[in-house]
Ligand binder design. Structure first.
Ligand SMILES: Nc1ncnc2c1ncn2[C@@H]1O[C@H](COP(=O)(O)OP(=O)(O)OP(=O)(O)O)[C@@H](O)[C@H]1O
Length: 264
């Protein structure tokens, strides 16, 4: 359902800060794939997600979603197919609006009926049911301002918002990295639940190798703007962190460098 073919992206061309972030990267995702993405510092992980989301145009190569060429499609149009959650819990939600209002905004995205028309009782009941699934007690605080929630609660609401319209592709950019370990685990469980419930095709960047191994059906590793490892099925199930480090060294000819990944 996603086909990325030979994409290149260089930032600050012609300056001393020139940096090639994507260097002929190709990747194909099948319907329902849940792919974890790992790689050292500056490997191109966030740049790949930004390229798919259309934050800017790639320099060359092609991006297709459901066989449609979206390479030149602007970000706001691609947003219709995509759900995104970032590392910063402050980014996905509007702090001054209630939980219900945030959910209403997400469910009305791209539809003519805006927030102005008010939230019906039926909608509120639906949001309560969705919030119950998170098991954070938020269904009893549905009108609370999102700014009053903890980082983990906020990230869980963001996840709910990103998946409310069943995106064709869910992009998660280290969405648990800013949370304490217990909350991160909870948000990761919620992620798995959402992905399974709607069979969402998902790309999840993580710096945590254990999480990359334990989640999803497929794991890819990036280095210097390319996919250097692509592991799935039984091979992924049996994988250990040591195996990953060894495979990285063999595939790249380098030692793995990411302080955060090695410490987690
Ligand atoms: N908007 C930008 N302008 C200039 N350089 C950029 C931009 N975005 C990314 N880069 C550079 O491209 C390279 C890849 O960055 P990217 O953020 O994709 O790496 P990453 O794999 O997500 O790394 P990390 O784990 O360190 O976040 C880095 O050298 C980065 O500095």
């Amino acid at each position: 359902m996603l086909k990325v073919s030979n994409i290149h992206k260089t930032f600050n061309i012609g300056t001393i800060n020139e940096k090639t972030a994507l260097n002929g990267l190709s990747l194909q995702l099948n319907e329902g794939d849940f792919v974890t993405v790992i790689g050292g510092n500056g490997a191109g992980k966030s740049t790949l997600l930004n390229a798919i989301a259309g934050v800017w145009e790639v320099d060359s190569g092609k991006i297709e979603i459901d066989n449609a060429d979206v390479t030149k499609m602007p970000e706001h149009k691609r947003a219709r197919f995509l759900g995104r959650v970032f590392q910063d819990p402050m980014m996905g939600t509007a702090a001054t609006l209630g939980i219900d209002e945030n959910l209403a905004l997400a469910s009305r995205r791209g539809k003519p009926r805006g927030l102005r028309s008010g939230i019906t009782r039926k909608e509120r009941e639906k949001y309560k049911e969705l919030l119950k699934v998170l098991d954070l007690g938020l269904e009893d605080r549905i009108t609370s301002k999102v700014g009053l929630l903890s980082g983990g609660q906020r990230q869980a609401v963001t996840l709910l918002m990103a998946t409310l319209q069943k995106p064709r592709l869910l992009l998660l950019d280290e969405h648990t990295a800013a949370l304490d370990p217990k909350t991160a685990e909870k948000v990761l469980q919620t992620t798995n639940m959402m992905v399974e419930k709607d069979h969402l095709t998902t790309l999840m960047i993580t710096h945590n190798m254990h999480d990359a191994i334990a989640n999803g059906n497929r794991l890819i590793m990036l280095n210097s703007g390319k996919v250097i490892l692509d592991i799935s099925g039984e091979e992924k199930k049996k994988l250990t962190v040591d195996d990953l480090l060894e495979k990285f060294a063999i595939a790249s000819g380098e030692e793995f460098t990411s302080d955060r990944a090695l410490l987690s």
